[in-house]
Design a protein around this ligand. Structure first.
Ligand code: AMP
Length: 250
């Protein structure tokens, strides 16, 4: 996603305050804006965004995986709004963290999503500190929770549409296309992510409340935790998230 001019001023400011961001977790319900904020942070600090949702969607949409047991399982689980197994996601995260671009830090978006994943991550990070590889491994993890009301989550998610041809994104509530449900640019009928339908989204929220909400408490109890108001305008959310990260690292 390209970074707007007003955002680049913010990102430059934050980048000059924090040379080594280290491991950062973005927590929040589906539709809270974690992905959008993670991409801005990635540009600010030149560290990767690691989104388990994106990694799994790539796997789900990979034609080579379409007929495999794994591909079918991931597709069925994601399309139902439930979580894929801890073991699978943990392996995907482990493989991703092993890449060299995580040496100065990384933004984990959508992971951990269960207490078991959080405990696993604590263990892996402690182990990495022993092994003393990249600079990021010497820093403790910090967690920022983006808090958004149920009504806003519902509108942001179930309203989300994308043009399958040019990838332009819309929201039927906040940023609708000029005509019905077709793309302003090329007139192609807009598509909805299967897991953004109202029924599946309601299931994703139930999953979040029962399995992921305890993860927030886990990091709150560890202390290196901040909560920001995700209902604000996007720039204001970015400012709050960056200020929280700089504060937690100081
Ligand atoms: P997201 O784009 O982050 O909302 O993720 C989309 C879907 O991917 C979720 O509804 C889950 O089915 C799956 N997923 C993403 N991250 C995880 C995770 N950490 N653990 C289990 N399943 C996940």
């Amino acid at each position: 996603m390209p970074v707007a001019p007003q955002e680049s001023a913010l990102t430059e400011h934050a980048a000059s305050h924090l040379a080594t961001p280290g491991p950062i977790l973005l927590l929040g319900a589906p539709g809270a804006g974690k992905g959008t904020q993670a991409k801005i942070l990635m540009a600010a600090w030149s560290v990767p965004q690691i989104s388990t949702g994106d990694i799994l969607r790539n796997l789900r949409n990979d034609p080579a995986q379409a007929s495999t047991q794994l591909g079918k399982q991931v597709r069925a689980t994601m399309d139902s709004g439930k979580l894929v197994s801890d073991a699978l996601v943990e392996q995907l995260v482990l493989d991703r963290l092993a890449k060299k671009d995580t040496a100065r830090g990384y933004i984990l978006d959508g992971f951990p999503r269960t207490l078991a994943q959080a405990t696993w991550l604590d263990y892996q990070l402690a182990r990495q500190q022993d092994l003393a590889s990249g600079i990021a491994s010497q820093l403790p993890v910090i967690a920022v929770m983006v808090q958004v009301s149920y009504t806003t989550l519902m509108r942001r998610t179930t309203g989300r549409r994308m043009c399958p041809s040019c990838s332009r994104t819309y929201n039927m509530f906040f940023q609708p296309p000029q005509q019905d449900t077709v793309c302003d640019v090329d007139g192609v009928v807009l598509a909805q992510r299967p897991d953004d339908s109202e029924v599946v989204f309601a299931e994703r929220l139930r999953t979040y409340d029962s399995l992921t909400a305890p993860v927030v408490e886990h990091y709150r109890a560890q202390g290196r935790f901040a909560e920001v108001d995700g209902e604000q305008a996007m720039d204001a959310v970015t400012t709050s998230v960056m200020a929280a990260i700089v504060r937690l690292r100081s």
